[in-house]
Design a protein around this ligand. Structure first.
Ligand code: SAH
Length: 225
């Protein structure tokens, strides 16, 4: 998987966009060094696959900037044994990274064509610990929780309580929170789930994502550019 025409572009991306900006988790660096990001973007933008920004993937959606993917993954603190929920499969690139770093990943995508395309490429790459579903991920996935980590890859008005409740004790949730004018990346950690809940919230950096839709997401009329 390492020797493809984009290998040097990928290593340059890792050095200049991730390591220089403070990404330190070796497993995150390893994952982004090997996963072929160019296969997750449409052919028309393939030459820009390793550029320092998001790219269009169809259905008005985007694949996130490499640095943001790396940072969000690092904030989840995965060690390899976790069950993870991803809300917003999109291209499936973040899903692939989670698949490398965790035991089992469930990912939900609202738009069927994106879910199908992501399923196809992830299957071709040989992943066997990923389950991609079509539906409204803002409600979570009660049947498969609790989750050691949850990642929302679209902007939420606030972190849905129903998702916090699907975190395991000690679990982490990372999400961009805010509206069309911009969001802040938040990390929530659940503590002492048995003895009365405590959720710690840390605010990280400003970010810009497409809106989370669905029951606990943004309604069309409230997402104003
Ligand atoms: N991690 C993806 C990000 C894609 S953008 C990547 O890097 O490719 C966010 C995605 O969230 C979009 O594909 C959008 O369709 C999806 N989305 C928005 N609201 C959703 C919801 N309620 N449930 C599931 N997916 C949702």
């Amino acid at each position: 998987m390492t020797e493809d025409p984009y290998t040097s572009a990928r290593h340059k991306m890792v050095a200049e966009q991730l390591v220089e900006r403070g990404i330190t988790d070796p497993s995150v660096i390893q994952a982004l060094s090997t996963i072929p990001r160019h296969l997750f973007v449409p052919e028309a933008v393939r030459a820009q696959a390793y550029d320092d920004g998001p790219l269009p993937i169809g259905e008005n959606q985007t694949i996130s900037q490499p640095y943001i993917v790396a940072l969000m993954t690092q904030l989840l603190g995965l060690e390899g044994f976790e069950t993870v929920l991803e809300v917003g499969t999109g291209s499936g690139y973040q899903t692939a990274i989670l698949g490398k770093l965790a035991r089992q990943v469930f990912s939900i995508e609202l738009y069927e064509p994106l879910a199908q395309q992501a399923t196809r490429i992830l299957h071709e790459l040989g992943y066997e610990n990923l389950v991609i579903m079509t539906g409204d991920g803002s409600r979570g996935l009660l049947a498969h929780g609790p989750f050691d980590a949850i990642i929302i890859t679209a902007a939420a008005p606030r972190v849905p309580q129903i998702l916090l409740e699907q975190l395991a004790d000690g679990g982490r949730l990372v999400a961009p929170v805010g509206g069309a004018e911009g969001q802040v990346l938040e990390r929530w950690t659940r503590r002492d789930a048995r003895r009365g809940d405590h959720f710690k919230c840390e605010k990280m950096i400003p970010v810009a994502f497409v809106p989370l839709r669905g029951k606990h997401g943004w309604q069309e009329k409230d997402w104003k550019m």
